[in-house]
Write a protein that binds this ligand. Sequence first.
Ligand code: SF4
Ligand code: SF4
Ligand code: SF4
Length: 179
Amino acid sequence: MAKVKKIVKSITIDADKCNGCKACEVICSSWHATPRYSSNNPARSRIRIVRLPLKDIYLPVYAGEYTEAECTGRDKYIIDGKEYNECDFCRASCPSRDMFHEPDSGLPLKCDMCEDTPTLDKPKCVEWCLAEALIYVEREEEVEEDQPKLGDVEIGLGSMIDKYGMQQVLDTIARMAKP
Ligand code: SF4
Ligand code: SF4
Ligand code: SF4
């Protein structure tokens, strides 16, 4: 199978350095506003700070995948004597909490590494974190080129047939096969 080179982007979070200033939330929400910088609402940010000063907890969390349902079982972490709440480390846009939902529409928010502006040398939240709690790293990896497996094709076709019916799928394939 052919190998291709891929750039993997990651942000290392040094939670011990985070002071809870929320500058990352401010810049993320205003950078992604339309038009850019037209509003500033941390509820629209794709990074949020779990901020519990009484427990000395300041934990940056990035918005990840959308999930339709909350977990049936959850884990509680105690690290260095600090007890975190069950969902604190989770990146999901989940119905169980307000975080990572666009406040007006309710649509899920997800961090895109600021990829809508390829000229940036680092994501905006990293640039604005003066405490250096967010460290951006790019690395190159060789990965096998994705080839669709027969099983994947069958599952895809099966769901198209369920949705549109066998005849419509066959008609579409016949139309596409015509020179
Ligand atoms: Fe923490 Fe940095 Fe965000 Fe401030 S900008 S809250 S120090 S991660
Ligand atoms: Fe589970 Fe995360 Fe939802 Fe908490 S926020 S219920 S950990 S998916
Ligand atoms: Fe927002 Fe960009 Fe930071 Fe993701 S990387 S949280 S999109 S500023």
